[in-house]
Write a protein that binds this ligand. Structure first.
Ligand code: CMC
Length: 440
């Protein structure tokens, strides 16, 4: 059934298969590409579409985030990312993503209070943490503890109740920072630091990570602003792998904590959020500007699995606007923490310059993405590379919960259930395989 909410235009797509013709409506977006509604294709023509990696598939209708990959534009609910990074703070952006427009002063004050009320974790979660190995990756703890919240907060599991959905959303955003900080503390063998609700979201996260029982961390406004900007820039990015994972998990009616844990898992991969850790490790491995050409050569070699981490994007065929903002604040943060002429920043900037002049990167339109410069800033703030993807996950809880809410509230929402092009065996008589020579 066609979605009545989508603005329809009069265009029709015609498909001819052998002697039969089929017509499908084309819907216009408010900006960007139109879509062909092929939801009736199977029932009418008994055929599926085939699109590995979903390179030509719009999986849903959404009003949250817009990306113009050709021109390097990113907007949340219509607002340019540059304006939000400069003028907003993370909690205002969370409110914007979830509720659809910027809050007024009173609404924002109330929302800040609501979020900060949820920063504490149930005491038994501390015991849950103790079950992880000392050397567990903090993302492993994020995946596990996020999913476990569904056992600790059973009063917000009813997804048909709008109040419970909103409460679950606030819990997820607020507690993600506490879980991330606890994962960090656990990994370095320090005791957990309780949140302080008189601090902003970013200040509180820095406090929980860097204060300890013996010393209070002095929060610098420059570093907390940088932290907040990082949270804003990573907050949403339309239907990427982890967001689509959250939507697919949620389409079955699974509870929000379980869905967000699925999103954290998907984010962890090096092609997605894990690229920020991989990018910094790559820069450290390259080590010196002298070695750049060798690594550029490796990245271009089809037989070599090496890729320039923090480069390339499915949607951006231009400079990622988030990378531009981050590159701009790198120097400020490094200067503030007393790092003069950081060799890693120099290496990153030289690598970028060389890659952007290289025919391979020009032809494939590969530019630095959000993960290229974020690690340099996070490292200067004091985080080890293993925490970079955790920080991405904390930010993305905003987008995941907004997208999950939009999906649950969509009247045409149904369980996501793709089909396949089956290329396995036809019906076999039992025993046939065993009688053949087994080549495994
Ligand atoms: N280094 C070298 N070659 C590359 C790179 C790279 N970073 N990225 C893409 N290519 C090549 C790729 O090999 C392919 O070549 P060919 O057409 O000859 O087969 C071509 O460019 C197109 O790339 P693709 O892999 O088909 O594109 P995709 O849209 O499937 O993948 C990507 C996008 C981001 C996974 C990929 O560019 C990549 O692996 N980049 C490095 C990892 C990274 O930085 N990921 C973070 C993405 S941004 C943050 C987020 O949203 O999570």
């Amino acid at each position: 059934m066609a979605n009545k909410k989508i603005i329809k235009n009069k265009k029709i797509a015609k498909l001819t298969i052998a002697d039969n013709s089929y017509e499908f409506p084309i819907y216009s977006s408010t900006e960007g590409e139109s879509v062909i509604d092929i939801s009736r294709l199977y029932s009418e023509a008994n055929i599926f579409t085939y699109d590995p990696g979903f390179t030509s598939t719009a999986s849903c209708e959404s009003k949250i985030t817009y990306i113009d990959g050709e021109n390097g534009i990113l907007r949340y609910r219509g607002y340019d990312i540059e304006d939000l990074a400069q003028k907003s703070d993370f909690i205002e952006v969370v409110n914007l993503l979830i509720y659809g427009d910027l809050p007024n002063k009173e609404q924002l004050k109330k929302y800040r209070r609501l979020i900060s009320r949820h920063t504490l974790l149930h005491e038994q979660i501390i015991n849950f943490f103790q079950g992880f190995r000392r050397d567990a990756h903090p993302m492993a703890m994020m995946v596990g503890v996020m999913g476990a919240l569904s056992s600790f907060y059973q009063d917000t599991l009813d997804i048909s109740d709008s109040h419970q959905r909103q409460e679950a959303t606030r819990r997820i955003v607020a507690k993600s920072a506490t879980i991330g900080a606890m994962a960090y503390k656990y990994s370095i063998g320090q005791s957990f630091v309780s949140p302080k609700n008189n601090l902003s979201f970013s200040e509180n996260f820095l406090h929980m990570c860097f204060s300890n029982t013996a010393e209070e961390y002095k929060i610098s406004p420059i570093l907390s602003k940088a932290m907040d900007t990082i949270f804003i820039l990573h907050a949403d990015h339309e239907q990427n792998a982890s967001t689509s994972t959250v939507r697919l998990a949620g389409s079955s009616g699974a509870n929000p904590f379980a869905c967000i844990a699925a999103g954290v898992s998907s984010l962890w991969g090096p092609a997605h959020g894990g690229a920020n850790q991989a990018a910094l490790e790559m820069l450290e491995e390259i080590g010196s500007t002298k070695n750049i050409n060798k690594y550029i050569k490796k990245a271009k070699n089809k037989k070599d699995p090496f890729k320039l981490m923090g480069f390339g994007h499915r949607v951006y065929k231009n400079y990622d606007p988030r990378a531009k903002i981050l590159k701009g604040i790198c120097q400020k943060v490094l200067k503030h923490v007393g790092i003069k002429n950081d060799p890693i920043l120099k290496l990153a900037m030289t690598l970028e310059k060389i890659a952007l002049k290289d025919k391979y990167f020009i032809e494939k339109r590969l530019y630095p993405n959000v993960d290229f410069y974020s690690g340099i800033i996070l490292r200067a703030i004091g985080f080890p590379p293993e925490m970079f993807t955790v920080i991405f996950a904390i930010s993305r809880t905003a987008g995941w919960t907004a997208q999950w809410t939009e999906m649950i509230e969509d009247p045409i929402q149904k369980i996501g259930r793709p089909r396949q092009l089956y290329t396995g065996n036809k019906s076999l008589k039992y025993g046939t395989i065993r009688s053949k020579k087994n080549t495994r």
